[in-house]
Design a protein around this ligand. Structure first.
Ligand code: LRH
Ligand code: MN
Length: 432
């Protein structure tokens, strides 16, 4: 049995050798342009290299919708192979040093072995995600009518027990946070008591918070709708914030970019959660209509930049309690998940770098002078700066590929995995 295919450092070095000259030329041109704006590009390269976002294990397999899922060749068949694919994303794009697992999708018998596999690839685990939005084979009580807010105490207890089990598993993996998204809601007016449902949720969450280790946090993830199409128990940042206030200092609010009504000012929600020291972090993705889970920066890159503009503003102000967890949450229905995740990580780095080059003194002066256009153009100037050369240089210096997707396609990793991982027959429905 030959060793699983992996991409060699020599292959990446040969790939880079062909592109390095042009990249350095572009980098020096950018460096000169930014120097005229008083910006130290070398410091930027360092900051970008230090930026990291977590890969969702459920994102490395082909995603789907309620209508269908069309698995591609060489799909990862278990969480170990998912971690191997996460390693390729990190090896080439150098922006994703952590993984966010989902339980029970990633359940194994030996979590030390799982942690070791990740460690061998230089990867660590970020927040673990619980799942009380599906019924598992052999599960005693159904979550059809909810979980942590269910009318039946026995169902709530089952959901609390699952979340506490996720914390135990997370401890074995080295995680420090639990993300709780519940699908609890209703499809008809009158179907559930809007107030009692929230109170049941808060009671159940108090038990979960009480079971957290001292250095852990719990991330409450709000979502406007789906699968509840009339009401959702934790439907918006306001409810999530109030719940996190009630639940105490370990509870924070996670912002999934796709979980808002169209045109909601998400960057202002971020600014508010920072101000009130309740920003847990993010599930980055993009969307045009609903919770589309599209690739980050692929629909509204300016909106993504504006979110990072608020994050850099907070970082620069050393905002109290500011420690956001950056994670991706996407569904790759028509692309190679590895390619989408690499490009998404790069688009997040891009928004981060562009937010770092905003002339904050000029912006604040324009804001103070109510120079609306002047202030806006300070942001546009940063957003319209092509920082690609410094992102590429950060990858090159970190041992990654100057052009990750070109390198990935050239090494034929997917074709190699298609040989090693027999195709999963037939199509299915659902997000994973
Ligand atoms: C819910 C959600 C949540 C995950 C799931 C995979 O829409 O964003 O974060 O648990 O997707
Ligand atoms: Mn999410």
């Amino acid at each position: 049995m030959s060793a699983p295919f992996s991409i060699s450092a020599d292959f990446i070095a040969e790939h880079n050798a062909r592109l390095e000259g042009a990249t350095m030329e572009d980098y020096h041109a950018l460096k000169r342009a930014l120097a005229r704006r008083g910006i130290d590009t070398e410091a930027l390269v360092g900051a970008v290299a230090a930026f990291g976002v977590a890969i969702p294990t459920w994102g490395v397999g082909t995603g789907g919708t309620r209508f269908a899922r069309f698995p591609g060749p060489g799909e990862p068949r278990n969480v170990f192979e998912k971690i191997d694919d996460c390693a390729v994303i990190q090896q080439l794009a150098r922006a994703t040093p952590t993984i966010s697992p989902h339980l029970p999708w990633d359940k194994v018998d030996d979590y030390a072995a799982l942690r070791e596999r990740a460690k061998a690839h230089g990867l660590a685990f970020d927040a673990v995600n619980s799942n009380t939005f599906q019924d598992q084979p052999g599960q005693e009580l159904s979550y059809k009518f909810g979980s942590l807010s269910h009318t039946d105490k026995a169902v709530r207890d089952q959901a609390v027990a699952h979340n506490i089990e996720c914390v135990e598993i997370g401890r074995k993996l080295g995680s420090k946070a639990l993300t709780v998204w519940i699908s609890d809601g209703s499809n008809f007016a009158g179907q559930s008591s809007l107030t009692k449902a929230l109170d049941r949720y808060l009671d159940a969450m108090r038990e979960i918070v009480a079971a957290l280790p001292a250095d852990w946090r719990v991330f409450l993830e709000h979502k406007l709708y789906e699968p509840g199409f009339y009401s959702t128990v934790i439907s918006d940042w306001g409810t999530s914030f109030a719940a996190a206030q009630e639940l105490g200092p370990k509870a924070h609010c996670l912002v999934d970019l796709g979980h808002h009504a169209p045109n909601v000012n998400i960057e202002q929600i971020v600014a508010r959660l920072v101000r009130f020291q309740k920003l847990a972090g993010f599930h980055f993705n993009d969307s045009k209509y609903g919770d589309d889970d599209l690739d980050s920066g692929s629909v509204e890159p300016f909106r993504l930049f504006l979110v990072f503009n608020e994050l850099i503003d907070a970082q620069r102000r050393k905002a109290e309690g500011f420690a956001p967890a950056y994670m991706i949450d996407q569904s790759h229905n028509v692309t190679d998940p590895i390619e989408s995740l690499m490009q998404s990580a790069i688009e997040l780095q891009r928004a981060y770098a562009q937010a770092l080059i905003v002339d904050r003194a000029a912006l604040e002066a324009a804001q103070a002078a109510n120079d609306a256009l002047g202030a806006h153009l300070e942001l546009k100037r940063a957003f319209t700066t092509d920082v690609s050369p410094l992102l590429a240089l950060a990858r090159l210096r970190a041992g990654g590929a100057i052009a990750p997707i070109a390198a990935y396609r050239a090494c034929e990793y997917r074709a190699q995995k298609a040989k090693e991982r027999p195709t999963v027959a037939g199509t299915s429905a659902g997000i994973v």
